[in-house]
Design a protein around this ligand. Structure first.
Ligand code: SF4
Length: 393
């Protein structure tokens, strides 16, 4: 595991990414990322801090409690959480809306208990492999055990302007098999990722604290994909004592129950929406039911926090993927900010076997990007504002 650190990340980011300051002059962006902005500026507590303050009389770590019982308790506490979060959002003094004392057992503890149950048998993502992760069994993501398998963490200055510098934690393993993966060395390990050298919840919290204190605007959970590490990520929030927006940077192929647990803890979502049809998802990433699962989860994320959707335009896929993705987002998540990305390049299997993946074996053309932008404009988006698009109210 590598910690990459070079001087003062805030000053460095302002120097090489002046757009990270400039972007907040846009009223449209600031309105759509309003919750994230407040937490980033410490004007409001992150959602995980609120979840820690919602009490329960029941000890959720009791092994006698089954998943159904935990979900019943969770559902009641969720109502309370939603009320407090609404009050925090609407209050001129958000910090005054939450109790200063942490209860013995909290809504967050219930979430940790549920997430651990979801990992064994594993149904953290929609693959629902059913392997016993706590017994060391390995599913499609090739992640073994329940510790955090972290490859690197650092202040990322290459993310979207509102996020820079982003306290990014790269987890190894992924539930997708994208033939063009640009992070394949950590997402597609040849052998399963073991627990050796991986981090427990307290260690993961320490990394997050260091990232925030040294200038990160957010904690960016990414990979591979963070979903296979969801239990330890949620558990780490019990030990995290600094206020920092939690960012979920993911393919969003989480199961419904994982979303149910996670949605109250994430302040800003960064879904990577790839395909506009199931055929391309099966062919290039090896995942079934893509459209239904992603549409369900992205719509849900948009109701529970701010969202920047990433869509990487693929060569020869504007009609079948880019167009339906943008048109669907405009209707289902009009408050989401959209980043239409042009940086696709042939990598991983497409690079090593270009004859097998001819349609993906080139960069995206200028005409294809113009067409993607035209579709965005016709769907109601204005932009680009520092690479981002949004729909005016
Ligand atoms: S997180 Fe991994 S083991 Fe669990 S269901 Fe998804 S792919 Fe399978």
């Amino acid at each position: 595991m590598w910690r990459i650190f070079g001087g003062d990340p805030v000053r460095y980011a302002e120097l090489i990414r002046p757009d990270s300051v400039r972007v907040w002059r846009s009223k449209g962006i600031k309105e759509r990322l309003g919750w994230y902005y407040k937490v980033m500026k410490n004007e409001a507590p992150a959602k995980f801090i609120i979840a820690k303050r919602i009490p329960t009389d029941i000890n959720p770590s009791s092994r006698e409690l089954g998943l159904d019982e935990l979900l019943r308790i969770h559902s009641k506490l969720k109502e309370k959480f939603s009320r407090v979060w609404r009050d925090v959002r609407e209050s001129p003094k958000p910090w005054k809306e939450i109790p200063s004392v942490k209860p013995k057992h909290s809504f967050l503890d219930v979430k940790v208990a549920i997430a651990c149950r979801l990992a064994s048998p594993c149904r953290l993502c929609e693959r629902k492999c059913g392997v016993e992760r706590d017994a060391g069994e390995v599913g499609a993501c090739r992640v073994r055990g329940l510790k955090a398998c972290v490859d690197t963490y650092f202040h990322h200055v290459g993310e979207e302007a509102p996020l820079v510098p982003s306290g990014t934690i790269f987890y190894t393993g992924c539930n997708f098999r994208c033939v063009y993966c640009q992070n394949w060395s950590i997402s597609q390990p040849v052998t399963p990722v073991g627990e050796e050298g991986c981090l427990d919840a307290k260690e993961l919290a320490t990394i997050q604290e260091w990232l925030r204190v040294s200038g990160a605007k957010n904690i960016n959970h990414v990979g591979g994909d963070p979903t296979p590490n969801l239990p330890v990520i949620i558990d780490s929030l019990r030990y995290l004592e600094v206020n920092v927006p939690q960012l979920w940077n993911s393919n969003m192929y989480l199961s419904e129950l994982s979303m149910e647990v996670l949605e109250d803890l994430i302040d800003i979502w960064l879904p990577d929406v790839k395909y506009g049809n199931d055929g391309c998802a099966v062919k290039y990433s090896g995942v079934p039911n893509y459209v239904k699962v992603i549409e369900r989860n992205v719509a849900r994320a948009a109701k529970h926090g701010d969202v920047i959707v990433r869509h990487l335009v693929l060569p020869n896929h504007v009609r079948c993927c880019t167009e339906p993705v943008i048109k669907w987002l405009a209707k289902a998540a009009p408050n989401a900010v959209l980043n239409i990305m042009d940086q696709y390049h042939p990598d991983y299997l497409v690079e090593s076997h270009p004859e097998e993946w001819r349609e993906l074996a080139r960069h995206v053309s200028r005409e294809e990007m113009s067409e993607a932008f035209r579709i965005a404009r016709e769907s109601g988006y204005v932009g680009p504002v520092e690479d981002l698009w949004f729909i005016p109210p």
